[in-house]
Design a protein around this ligand. Structure first.
Ligand code: FES
Length: 125
């Protein structure tokens, strides 16, 4: 068997297996639900009248603000654009479970509690 026939056999055998396209693989990595970027809120100083984009998907590397990561990782989740009336420090949600987006409403305690319950269940298996 020469080198080209060996290569042909190898390529032929690859074709027997279903091949996922890059877009299919990418879709598997995408999330339709927000992921917690952190368990605690981020304290940030906002400027009154300035427009901000709060990350709603949790994939941004610039938490709590959007860096465009949702376009590839969570295309169904858009950032929340908001303009604060006045300047000041606020607590912006990082767990992405708040009912008062973009501000923290204490929902992160539920996320922390769920994590603790999961880890305790793992200990007593
Ligand atoms: S960090 Fe999400 S509710 Fe507090």
């Amino acid at each position: 068997m020469n080198r080209s026939s060996t290569l042909f056999t190898a390529v032929s055998s690859w074709r027997r297996f279903p091949v996922s396209s890059a877009s299919t693989m990418q879709r598997r990595l995408m999330s339709s639900k927000p992921v917690a970027a952190a368990r605690l809120p981020k304290r940030v100083k906002l400027t009154g009248g300035k427009r901000y984009a709060w990350c709603a998907c949790g994939h941004s590397q610039k938490q709590p603000f959007c860096d465009g990561a949702h376009r590839t990782l969570a295309p169904d989740i858009a950032p929340l654009r908001f303009t604060p009336d006045k300047e000041g420090a606020v607590m912006l949600c990082a767990c992405k479970q708040t009912k008062n987006a973009p501000y923290c409403d204490g929902s992160h305690f539920k996320v922390i509690f769920q994590d603790v319950v999961k880890s305790v269940k793992g200990v007593f298996k």
